[in-house]
Design a protein around this ligand. Structure first.
Ligand code: MV4
Length: 447
């Protein structure tokens, strides 16, 4: 096993990775910007290297500085966390070229899944159901009209280089296709420097359900079930749960097996997430994430598997420490993302934490890098904590979550804690009856 791993991230996820390393006897190297000199991930790591000024472009995205930090400290591997360089194929390639192990898939697989058109074609060939739409990209209005007329309206035009909802345009009728196409292409070009787009049938009220997989270098692939991430606001996930209230055990096993088989065929390595829209009992692939995800702890909570530990073992060439038959799904888990934001406008509100008390007790996990006196910097994502609660079933989980949210005290900055308190008291939430648009309406109609 590696003796030393560099963690190319910050905040709660840097801490999460540090904890896995510690338990495995691996020494850690933190990298940080000047704004993060007093951050918890720096305080806990065995060594820390300052890699640049506050702006992420000059620090957490500064590839030469991060490679230098790894070389100077003698780190044998780099874990990229999520965000920043985690899905940057060029970074993965440079890391490998320096004889350092990238904790993640190959640069080629990152690149393939980064191209949404190529990703969709590839998984379709491997037996994964996809949303009906264009075969590959579309460029001209005639082509877009022809495809749209064939699949039926409404349609959605998406950026090949996209993700996160940017460069997406819906056309309700044939008359809207031309406008939607040029808008999507212009937006994609501006956001990603690439105007390639593709077309899909627009699904009106789907859920967002994603399947977690792990694949080792010995040809073993397992799935760890699904997470329901439908509760989002402006493409930012707010609360996630596992299992999905919409699936039963046989549906779970069926999609899980399909996904595992496809991932085997792909020769993929490491942790990954296959995202689907789910409507009327059918799954439709949309994207694959080639990184550790923010919401991975809810899967850990119901499987007992340490996903980061497995990532490190896989990167080191070890086989998975269990088979699919060893994996059982026990109970229910929910994650609340707590952001330093105005709870009404969701505008980030950085500042100093003046008071802090985290909840605890049985099956209550808090992943956070904040502490009393800590100054939340204005330069990065506003996520400051993840409250992850498990229960024997969904109702027990919600009861325990309510109790944990009541205990949680964060003073000095406004947070989204009250959003979660209101959300879990709502009858639709309690019944598990929601889709990807439900939360926007809930937020708009509060009080
Ligand atoms: C869709 C869709 C409806 N139909 N594709 C948004 C982000 C991107 N990753 C995929 N997205 C969507 N793709 C088809 N064919 C609706 C969305 C969508 C969405 C998806 C997941 C979670 C929240 C969402 C909010 C708005 C739109």
């Amino acid at each position: 096993m590696f003796e030393k791993v560099l963690i190319a991230s910050r905040g709660e996820i840097a801490l999460r990775i540090h904890r896995a390393c510690r338990e495995m006897g691996i020494n850690t190297v933190a990298v940080h910007s000047t704004a993060d000199a007093h951050a918890m991930h720096v305080r806990l790591a065995d060594e820390a290297v300052c890699i640049g000024p506050p702006a992420a472009a000059d620090s957490y995205l500064n590839i030469p500085a991060i490679i230098s930090a790894a070389e100077i400290t003698g780190a044998e591997a780099i874990h990229p966390g999520y965000g920043f360089l985690s899905e940057n194929a060029n970074f993965a390639k440079i890391v490998a070229a320096h004889g350092i192990t990238f904790v993640g898939p190959t640069s080629e697989h990152i690149s393939l899944m980064g191209d949404k058109i190529a990703a969709k074609e590839t998984v379709k060939r491997l037996g994964i159901p996809v949303v009906p739409g264009s075969d590959g990209g579309v460029t001209t209005e005639e082509e877009a009209r022809r495809v749209s007329d064939e699949i039926g309206y409404p349609v959605i035009i998406k950026a090949a280089a996209g993700g996160g909802g940017r460069g997406m345009k819906v056309a309700q009728t044939a008359e809207d296709v031309g406008t939607a196409l040029s808008a999507a292409r212009t937006e994609s070009k501006a956001a990603f420097g690439d105007d390639a787009v593709y077309i899909e049938k627009y699904l009106g009220k789907p859920r967002h359900i994603e399947v977690q997989i792990l694949a080792d270098s010995h040809g073993n692939v397992v799935h760890l079930g699904e997470r329901d991430c439908s509760l989002q606001r402006r493409h930012q996930k707010v609360l996630e749960e596992a299992p999905s209230p919409a699936l039963n055990a046989s549906q779970r096993a069926e999609i899980g097996e399909r996904v595992s088989k496809a991932i085997s065929g792909l020769g993929y390595l490491g942790a990954g997430t296959i995202e689907f829209l789910y409507e009327n009992g059918e799954f439709y692939f949309i994207e694959m994430n080639t990184r550790l995800q923010v919401e991975h702890p809810i899967t850990e909570a119901i499987t007992g598997i340490d996903i980061v530990r497995e990532q490190l073992r896989i990167a080191d060439g070890a086989p998975l420490s269990f088979t699919q038959d060893d994996i059982t799904f026990t109970g229910h888990a929910i994650e609340c993302r707590i952001n330093a934001e105005d709870p009404n406008t969701f505008v980030p509100m950085p500042g100093q934490i003046t008071e802090y008390h985290a909840p605890g007790g049985l099956d209550v996990r808090v992943d956070s890098a904040i502490y009393s006196g800590y100054k939340v910097p204005p330069y990065y994502d506003s996520l400051i904590a993840k409250l992850v609660v498990r229960g024997g079933n969904r109702n027990e989980c919600i009861m325990r979550l309510r109790r944990a949210l009541e205990e949680y005290v964060i003073g000095g900055v406004p947070t989204t804690l009250d959003v979660h308190r209101a959300l879990i008291s709502n009858a639709d939430f309690q019944n598990g009856s929601y889709d990807i648009h439900w939360l926007e309406n809930f937020i708009a109609n509060r009080e």
